[in-house]
Ligand binder design. Sequence first.
Ligand code: EPZ
Length: 437
Amino acid sequence: MQTLDKYVINGGVALHGEVEISGAKNAAVAIIPAALLVEGVCRIENIPQISDADTLLSILAELGAKVSFVNQSTIEIDCTEARYQDAPYELMRKIRASYYLIGSMLGRFGSAKTTMPGGCNFGVRPIDQHIKGMTALGAEVNIKNGFVYADALDGRLHGTRIYLDKVSVGATMNIMIAAVLASGRTIIENAAREPHIVDLANFLNSMGADVRGAGTDTIKVNGVEKLHGGSYTIIPDQIEAGTYMVAAAATGGEVLIKNVIPKHLECISAKLRETGTIVQEYEDSVLVKGASTLRRANLKTMPYPGFPTDMQPQMGVLMCLANGTSVINEGIYDNRFKYVNELRKMGAEIQVDGRIAVVEGGRRLTGALVQACDLRAGAAMVIAGMCAAGRTEIEDINYIERGYENLVGKLQALGADIQVIREPEPTEYNEKIVAII
Ligand code: EPZ
C-alpha cells in the first residue's frame, strides 16, 4: 500500500564508518513460510526487521501458528496447531514471496490456496515453473479469480524428477519446500544456485529434512515423514551488503561493511574493482574505499554466481558518475530500468532499449523530487540523492522499507544527511477538506 512518507536527502557527503548487515531478506521470506512444514518450535535468528518478513509472520499467525519475538531479530514459530484455511488475501497479495505458501501448505496440508503473487513490477513475472514443479509432484493446480488453488491428488505429494525450463530462484525454493514431506525422492535439475537457496536447504535440514546439492544446479530431496523443531540462523543479506558497497564507492567514502560472507559478494567486489574502487576482503567483512575518479564498466546481470540483478539499479547510479560510457545488460527481467526516468530528473544521461541501457558517465547529479519505483530502484535513488548536489526527496519509500532494515539509521551513522518524513494518512487530508467545505 502506498504511503505519503518520504526520505529527504542533502547530498555531497562521503560515507565513513562501519555498518552491520542484517539477515538476508530473500532467505527469510522463504524460511518463514517453510516453518509451516514443522510440527514443533522453529527458533530463527538474524531475521531482518523488514515489512516483508512481518507480512509473512502475520500470515502464518492467521493459519494458527504461534509466533513470538525472543528479541528484535530472533523469533520462535510453532506451527504444531496450524490448520489449513484461507490465508488473508490483503496480506498475501502485497508480496511476491507469498508463492512459497503454495509449497509449504501443499507439503503440510496437501492443499493450498494463495493469491497470485504481488511484489516489484518490472516486467512479466510468471509462476509457470512453480506450477510445473507442483504438478510434477502430484498436485492439481488451478488459477482462477486471482487465486492459485493446489491439491495433492493422492492427499500427499510424491517424489519426482523436475527439469526447470528457466533458472528460477523462487521455483527452485518452492519445489524444495513442497518436496521435503513428499513420499520418495525429488530431483530438481537446472536449479538456481543463490546463497539464499543454500540457506533454505540448511534450515530445512536442521529441522530434519534431507536436502542435498543446494548451491549446485541439481538438488536432491529425500522425502521424510515429519519435521521436528530446531534452531537456525539466517545468513547475512548479500544485496543489502552490495548496496552499502556501492553507496561507499559512489559517495567517495570509506566504509567497513560487517557481518557479511565475502564469498557471496565476489561478483560485486570484482565489478567495483573494475571501476577503480578499492575493496579489501576480511573474514566476515569488506572494506570499500571510493576512488578519486571512477572508471566506467559494463555489466550483465545473471543468475548466481553472476552479477545479481538486484544490484543493477545501484550500479546504474554509479555508472552515471564514472568517466566514460557504460553498457548495462539486464539478463533476468524484461523491464528493470524504470528507475532511469527518475535518474533523468537528476540530470542522468541514459538511453534504454529493451534490456540494454547505455549510461553516459561524468555526470554531476542534482537533487530532485523522485519516486521509488520498486525496492532496489528505491535504494538506487537513495544512493543518487547522497551523491547529488542539493536536496532530493524520495516518495513511495514503503517499497524500500520492504527490504532494507533501518536504512535511514544505518546511513545516518555513516554520516549521510538523510531524514524520513512521516506524512499523515490521506484520511486526515479528507477530514481537512470536509472542514474547509
Ligand atoms: C527472486 O525473485 C527474488 N525475490 C528477486 O529479488 C530476485 O530479483 C530474483 O529472485 C532473481 O534473483 C525473492 O526471492 C522474494 P526468479 P523470483 O524466479 O523468484 C522468470 C529483490 O529485489 N520466471 O529467479 O521471482 C522471471 O520472470 C527481489 O529482492 C519464469 O519465467 O525470480 C524472471 O525473468 C526482486 N517463470 C526469471 O525467471 C517462473 O515460474 C528469474 O525469476 C519463475 C520465474
